[in-house]
Design a protein around this ligand. Structure first.
Ligand SMILES: [Zn+2]
Ligand SMILES: [Zn+2]
Length: 150
């Protein structure tokens, strides 16, 4: 017997709290760890850990407006698709990214979640660019891609 999917709500925001958001979803969320060089630049760190979900499941509860949310359109991406990266203009936290052509999906930086510990990595991509001092992600059932995954 399968029960109907339960809806979960996650909250998050940038470091200075000027931007706050809420995710309401019935899909199980798996973190995508990306080691590509663009993600290293965009996060200013060794890798990006993000989740991809429909735009309709993501909404700002505070901020999200031009005075506190900046955007950068990156056209020289590895996939060839333009990506719009959004960040807090006050504290600089990377918030989320979306396609310039499609507004259907958003990519949320999981470091901005208030309680990120429950979510586990499901995929790891661009492992060819993983820093040499970093071990592979060892969650159960993880799917790895040498370059671009899903
Ligand atoms: Zn901020
Ligand atoms: Zn990447």
């Amino acid at each position: 017997m399968s029960s109907p999917p339960s809806t979960k709500t996650y909250t998050g925001g940038c470091l200075c709290k000027a931007n706050r958001y809420e995710i309401t979803t019935s899909s199980p969320l798996g973190i995508r760890v990306c080691h590509c060089l663009d993600c290293q630049k965009a996060t200013g760190s060794a890798f990006m850990a993000n989740i991809v979900l429909p735009q309709s499941e993501f909404r700002f509860t505070q901020g999200g407006t031009e005075d506190v949310l900046g955007s950068y359109t990156c056209s020289e991406t590895l996939s060839g698709n333009e990506v719009i990266r959004r960040f807090c203009t006050k504290c600089g936290s990377p918030m989320y990214a979306g396609g310039a052509m499609s507004t259907e999906m958003v990519v949320i930086m999981t470091g901005t979640l208030d309680e990120p510990t429950e979510l586990q990595p499901a995929t790891e991509q661009f492992i060819k660019d993983r820093r040499s001092w970093l071990d592979e992600v060892k969650t159960e059932g993880i799917v790895r891609f040498n370059a671009m995954g899903v």
